[in-house]
Design a protein around this ligand. Sequence first.
Ligand code: AMP
Length: 477
Amino acid sequence: MARLKEECGVFGIFNSKDAAALTALGLHALQHRGQEACGIVTFDGLNYYAERRLGLVGDNFTKGKILEKLPGNSAIGHNRYSTSGNNLIKNVQPFFAELHTGGIGIAHNGNLSNARHIRRELVKTGSIFQTTSDTETIVQLIARSKRSNIIDKLIESLFKIQGGYALTILVENKLIGVRDPFGIRPLVIGKLNKSYVLASETCALDIIGAKFVRSVENGEIVVITNNGIESIKPFPKMKERPCIFEYIYFSRPDSIIKNISVYEHRKMLGAELAKESTIETDLIIPVPDSGVPASIGYAEKIKKNVELGIIRNHYVGRTFIEPTQQIRSFGVKLKHNINKSLVKNKSLILIDDSLVRGTTSVKIVKMLYESGAKEVHLKIASPPIKYPDYYGVDTPDQNELLASKLDIEGMRKFISATTLQFLSVEGLYKSMGCEKRNSSYPQFTDHCFTGEYPVEPVDAKEKYFSNDQPSLISKKN
Ligand code: AMP
């Protein structure tokens, strides 16, 4: 069954004697972006070294043996989240290939919306793919480019791919960072003494004590060498449209986007939700941890307190609850328990950041009633998710999305909540500091809510119209 996936996390560091260890720390800070596999590729001036593992960074890239196998002053790393069937070790990044220009390591956060299409063309003309990942398409395109140097090969390849991508690339004397033309996926630059760092989020800079320099711009390639940073902008200039879901759910609350912490952004989502709401109740409780900042913002707005009516067990590994839908729904109980004495005989507002299939809400609302709650008014600090994603959030099947099947009243009944309210699209944009959504060029990538895709989902359309499908393409992010 299809399920919503988190995105991947990428990291890179140039010119540091502790490159592999710092990369492991950076990946650890980005663990929330993908927990199923992780990997590091290093370069020591002569050779490349690669270690890839299934599981968490902290369980794999610990001191000692594995880090000793990763010598070198530059490194890239990757955290991966995939559907269980495709979580094969061969798909674990970073990928490494020997090209005629030398070795290349590549780590990718995002999803290419035309990878399947390109792959089919490449296979027809002789390319042999080793993995089922869309990222390998980039490697193959670079390998087949007739341009003479690696940067030109990369640029030529970028003009062929579409979708959401933030890349960290390691080639012999360079660390390269790339963001897709819309800047759908995030990538920041940091500096630690003389070393430059690239990371999906600023929380990965904090953990190693690196200073934030700036974000890689949408459509920008940054080439880091011993001479510093060179910026290349091969695409026609356009305004960025970052993925709104980074603000709502993906990024860590302590990461900073555009000078404001994600925590503050989420509080503003909650405050805006409160402005759109009229209900008075005894208690405001968040779904932990995802609904906490929005609940605080909501409560602040109406001058009430937040109470911890649900307690989360932090020792439940995600992989533990993944494999089947049955175990997954059981998993909600493993993860959350009700603070019974607090909720008994109370009418309460329950706040979460988003509603996808409704699995979490159904379970939690049921548990609240079983614990004696009188009324449960569910409020979601983002609009209904009606449309699938193809750029890395990966909600592949529209019919899995509750809001694509039911209207608000239908969803309320399904969840058994007393009332159900979502933040409006207008409220979402207001909370992001925009007066309103620019309908001719929206400020964010928001197709999950609006159905308006910034990049044509070529593969998805082909899937719909064609029977000629290669069967092994993974839905990796
Ligand atoms: P669901 O239970 O399917 O309705 O999913 C909603 C819950 O999943 C909320 O608590 C969200 O915080 C969380 N969530 C939102 N987006 C994602 C995602 N991409 N991957 C995993 N969980 C998510």
